[in-house]
Design a binder for this molecule. Structure first.
Ligand SMILES: [Zn+2]
Length: 66
């Protein structure tokens, strides 16, 4: 699998949940990815809120998350 890096800070993104969250929040066909930190800033929410969203999506049975 092609490695992804954060569009803003260049940090490599390897976690399935991190990639899944990008797709879920920004769209499935995006070509820019953000790490948790930069995604939270982008959306103007706390990282804790992002983590809560992951749990929420997992509970919905979304296959983008593990
Ligand atoms: Zn970043």
């Amino acid at each position: 699998m092609k490695s992804k890096t954060c569009y803003v800070c260049g940090k490599s993104i390897t976690a399935k949940n991190e990639i899944g969250l990008n797709r879920k929040l920004l769209g499935r066909n995006i070509n820019k990815f953000y790490c948790y930190q930069c995604l939270a800033e982008q959306l103007e929410i706390e990282i804790e809120a992002l983590m809560a969203k992951i749990e929420e999506f997992k509970n919905q049975g979304c296959t983008l998350f593990e």
